[in-house]
Design a protein around this ligand. Structure first.
Ligand code: A3D
Length: 320
């Protein structure tokens, strides 16, 4: 059977890392697309040359021509610009919306059967716009944010408790922005919910609150340290986890920006929710029950995303 084809639209920091991880995991043959001439070709050659030592079989190519992504099984989109210190994700909206238009049209024409994972920020609005521009089925277009935000939360919790990250599960819902909702009640160490761990004296409520806030600010903390761009190792690893679940029909339960129509009281809207990802794309949206405070935070986050979607419609009238 032929190897799957993975198209990476955007060959910058995340795109290059995605290509390397896809190769190391032998997920398939990779084509890197970027408008910056030489960048995708150079990264493809560099990563391909690591094959003998990295011990993987995968072809790598770079291109400026959408025709070369033909037949891709998965497209991961990072094209656009990233944050610099002092910028919010929302500051990227105008520039990245135009990029989503060309990317959406390119995918629609050359890889209409692909499972598409958007990473470009502001994530929830960009994945919505990308779906609109591409016209692909809603279950085949999603956004990566929840896996990353949950991974940050899990990392901070595992460090606080001095336990393996593998035994910490965590949920982060809502939009990928300052209003994201880390759900403490649904986060556990080996099945023990965080509120119980506070009662057991493993941590204090104040420390837990600080971890929740650090999770919300996790992206900005890294932007502040790097100064020239934003996080890329963890975002790439998170998107690869989603792509692998699709390609291998793993049916992982992963939080991601998915099209929600009916659940959570939403009618046709992209926002971060738990999903099941398998060969059918987003096969299921998992609706969890929230208490009053969680619901208020979630509503707040949804409203922030709605504002961004309205802003997109104001910029590009074909979206209105
Ligand atoms: P960067 O290293 O700048 O790479 C972006 C690439 O996109 C560059 O190589 C550009 O040449 C290319 N590009 C620009 N316009 C186009 C176009 N029209 N067509 C094709 N390629 C184009 O950024 P990065 O890889 O660090 O980040 C990429 C995006 O991911 C940014 O929007 C970030 O804000 C976003 N991001 C999202 C998360 C989430 O958790 C959702 C996390 C980190 C970064």
């Amino acid at each position: 059977m032929a190897r799957p084809r993975i198209a990476l639209i955007g060959a910058g920091q995340i795109g290059g890392t995605l290509a390397h991880l896809a190769a190391l995991k032998e997920l398939g043959d990779v084509v890197l697309f970027d408008i910056a001439e030489g960048t995708p070709e150079g990264k493809a050659l560099d990563i391909a040359s690591s094959g003998p030592s990295g011990k993987f079989d995968a072809t790598m190519s770079g291109t400026q021509d959408y025709a070369d992504i033909a037949g891709a099984d998965v497209c991961i989109v990072t094209a656009g610009v990233a944050r610099k210190p002092g910028m919010s994700r929302d500051d990227l909206l105008g520039i990245n919306l135009k990029v989503m238009k060309s990317v959406g049209e390119g995918i629609a024409k050359h890889a209409p059967d692909a499972f598409v994972i958007c990473i470009t920020n502001p994530l929830d609005a960009m994945v919505w716009a990308l779906r609109e521009f591409s016209g692909l089925p809603h279950n085949k277009v999603c956004g990566m944010a929840g896996v990353l935000d949950s991974a940050r939360f899990r990392h901070f919790l595992a460090t606080e408790f001095n336990v393996s990250m593998k035994d910490v599960t965590a949920f982060v819902l809502g939009g990928h922005g300052d209003t994201m909702v880390p759900l403490v009640r649904y986060s556990t160490v080996a099945g023990i919910p965080l509120p119980d761990l506070v009662k057991m004296g493993w941590t204090t409520q104040d420390k837990l609150d600080a971890i929740v806030q650090r999770t919300r600010d996790g992206g900005a903390e890294i932007v502040g340290l790097l100064k020239t761009g934003s996080a890329f190792y963890a975002p790439a690893t998170s998107a690869i986890e989603m792509a692998e679940s699709y390609l291998k029909d793993q049916k992982r339960v992963l939080p991601c920006a998915a099209y929600v129509d009916g659940a959570y009281g939403l009618n046709g809207f992209y926002v971060g929710v738990p999903t099941v990802i398998g060969a059918g794309g987003i096969e299921r949206v998992v609706e969890i029950s929230m208490n009053k405070d969680e619901q208020t935070m979630f509503d707040n986050s949804v409203n922030a995303v709605k504002g961004l979607v309205e802003a997109c419609k104001g910029i590009d009238e074909s979206l209105a």
